[in-house]
Design a protein around this ligand. Structure first.
Ligand SMILES: Cc1cc2nc3c(=O)[nH]c(=O)nc-3n(C[C@H](O)[C@H](O)[C@H](O)COP(=O)(O)O)c2cc1C
Length: 184
């Protein structure tokens, strides 16, 4: 199974990075894993110009959209990691998600589509306690996206951690994330 891990945090060694590393550690060797920091790529926000619909499902902007959307298209399992920013995912990850628009249908039967059998995981790291609605808001967003594109949500983890190294110091939570990934 091809696994793509997308880290939507700009903090290179922050909580989302630690959470995703624990998950990667838990994945079995039968998975081929590629882990990317969205921050390392350039995304011009979607303009709703619809040029992608006339361009084989490829965004026409001069950035890394096609490179990343190709990887999402090819993956069997995509794990989306994000810090909570204002009750939602980071702008960096949202820019990627918005570009799903370029491949959200297969109406011509020829263009690549994201409407394929695919599994996804969600990992949201926020400073507030897990009782804050932010985690459910993010989870609901991805469940709606998955339902729309015919994907299955197989991992849904919320992490409460504020300072960049909070999760790194929480061995029990890291072990639980690893254990959750071992079941995938
Ligand atoms: C722009 C911004 C907005 C934030 N908004 C929230 C928020 O709405 N709720 C929350 O719990 N934490 C919020 N935080 C805190 C981060 O979610 C928290 O520090 C998280 O652990 C960062 O993850 P990272 O270390 O992977 O980047 C915000 C941080 C920033 C920089």
């Amino acid at each position: 199974m091809n696994v793509l891990i997308l880290n939507g945090s700009p903090r290179r060694n922050g909580n989302t990075s630690h959470a995703l590393r624990a998950i990667e550690d838990g994945l079995s060797p039968r998975h081929t894993v590629e882990s990317l920091n969205v921050y390392d790529f350039t995304f011009r926000p979607c303009r709703n110009c619809d040029a992608c619909k006339r361009n084989g499902g490829n965004c026409i902007q001069v950035d890394d959209t096609v490179k990343i959307i190709e990887k999402v298209t090819a993956a069997d399992l995509v794990i989306f990691g994000s810090p909570v920013y204002w009750w939602g995912i980071s702008a960096q990850l949202k820019d990627v998600v918005d570009k799903f628009y370029s491949r959200d249908d297969a109406s011509d039967g020829k263009s690549p589509t994201l409407r394929t059998k695919k599994k996804i995981g969600i990992v949201a790291c926020g400073a507030d306690s897990l009782s804050n609605p932010e985690y459910k808001l993010i989870s609901d967003q991805f469940h709606c996206i998955a339902e729309f594109l015919g994907w299955e949500v197989v991992l849904d983890e919320s992490v409460c951690a504020a300072a960049a190294d909070d999760l790194a110091k929480d061995a029990a939570r890291l072990a639980a994330l690893k254990a959750a990934a071992e079941k995938l």
